[in-house]
Design a protein around this ligand. Structure first.
Ligand SMILES: [Mg+2]
Length: 243
């Protein structure tokens, strides 16, 4: 948080670039929907194979796996499901088409469950009214086109001047500085004129700092990782104090 005073950024910043999941949309709700759907589809398969799994345990394990894979930057859900069975010491082999089905089910359930936070639309309108350029930078879901689809269905889609899916529309994903620099370039501003707002210290804050941007960490939960952001907020509303 440092020594910067309130409104310290307002005269230096021209663009505000946001992360999507858990920053603008409530991924916890998305996860609840997605995990329940995977649990349903996978549970049915396993019972058919003679493995009577406890649904509650399966849900718990899916949720743990989700956090772990995110920390390791393993975004391809196809890789998750065999690991899940391994963790649960279930010997069953997952057919390729079931793996694909689980991944699709996960994302479609996620997309329909993860709604914007109540403060998302008001703060975006506030920033736009104050003349800031708005950008959205989000890593690929590793299912080509899925992240783009999830962006396009958002009610705030049209408030953004640019949107960028890193790892699909750029070479690298976060925390490489490359997608952050690409977003600034698309907006026509220098990186030091941007503030990046994101929830993951090890992806959003790390990458934006490397690109030379100012950073705001939206604290949604403790990731157990320490990367210092210029500002830490608990709600997007608090951006009004800074910008
Ligand atoms: Mg995020």
């Amino acid at each position: 948080m440092g020594t910067q005073t309130a409104r310290g950024l307002a005269d230096k910043v021209r663009a505000v670039i946001f992360d999507l999941d858990e920053t603008l949309i409530d991924s916890l709700q998305g996860h609840v929907g997605a995990h329940a759907e995977v649990c349903r589809v996978l549970g049915e398969f396993l019972r058919g194979e003679g493995y009577p799994v406890d649904e509650k345990e399966l849900l718990t394990q899916i949720s743990k796996l989700d956090d772990e894979m995110n920390k390791q930057f393993i975004y391809d859900r196809d890789e998750w499901w065999p690991r899940l069975l391994e963790r649960m010491m279930i010997q069953a082999r997952l057919p390729e088409d079931l793996v694909k089905k689980l991944t699709r089910s996960y994302w479609l359930a996620y997309a329909s469950s993860a709604k914007p936070y109540p403060e998302t639309l008001p703060i975006l309108k506030y920033l736009k009214d104050r003349g800031y350029l708005l950008g959205l930078l989000s890593d690929t879901d590793r299912l080509p086109g899925m992240k783009r689809y999830r962006i396009e269905i958002q009610p705030f889609r049209d408030l953004f001047h640019i949107t960028l899916v890193s790892g699909e529309e750029t070479e690298q994903t976060k925390p490489s500085p490359e997608p952050f620099l690409a977003a600034a370039e698309k907006l026509g501003v220098r990186p030091e004129e941007c503030v990046f707002v994101g929830d993951k210290p090890f992806a959003d804050i790390e990458g934006a700092k490397k690109a030379g941007m100012r950073t705001v960490l939206v604290y949604r939960r403790d990731w157990g990782v320490k990367v210092e952001a210029d500002y830490v907020v608990r709600s997007l509303d608090e951006l009004r104090r800074i910008l």
